[in-house]
Design a protein around this ligand. Structure first.
Ligand code: AMP
Ligand code: ZN
Length: 134
């Protein structure tokens, strides 16, 4: 897609710090990292988000994100990993080419969960489970 910055990163017209590449995916450093080594994994073909991706494309991104997670843990000696995938504006997506954030984590690295932890009522859990169970 001609006006997509991540497509331009894949075709090399915008520079990036490449971490790895395979047939279907490209992984590169996020230039506004949450932590040292924060890497983005994208499909080489343009697809907007989780809802528009076919299952095979999403699986390629997920398996490449796992490879990147293992690579970062091995090379950086991180203590853990957080993987995020934001879809659509309501899901906090800002670049509309599917990507997974792979963030190496260290004990006490100061990052915070983006939601408050609070228990749901049993009634609300039953209600939503009834609505979404297949
Ligand atoms: P999201 O907010 O989930 O859509 O994530 C988009 C991410 O892309 C952000 O974390 C940005 O820091 C990152 N980003 C934007 N432009 C570039 C770029 N040219 N190179 C690397 N990362 C970028
Ligand atoms: Zn794109």
């Amino acid at each position: 897609m001609s006006d997509c910055i991540f497509c331009k990163i894949v075709d090399g017209s915008i520079p990036s710090y490449k971490i790895l590449e395979n047939e279907n995916c490209y992984a590169f450093l996020d230039i506004f990292p949450a932590n040292r080594g924060h890497t983005l994994v994208i499909p080489k073909k343009h697809v907007k988000d989780v809802h528009e991706a076919d299952a095979a494309t999403y699986a390629h991104v997920a398996s490449t994100a796992k490879e990147v997670a293992d690579l970062l843990a091995a090379k950086l000696g991180s203590d853990g990993t957080t993987i995020f995938q934001m879809s659509r504006e309501a899901g906090w997506q800002t670049v509309f080419h599917l990507h997974m954030h792979v963030i190496p984590r260290w004990d006490n690295d100061g990052l915070h969960k983006p939601w408050d932890i609070a228990p749901a009522s049993e009634e609300s859990l039953i209600d939503v489970a009834q609505q979404i169970t297949k």
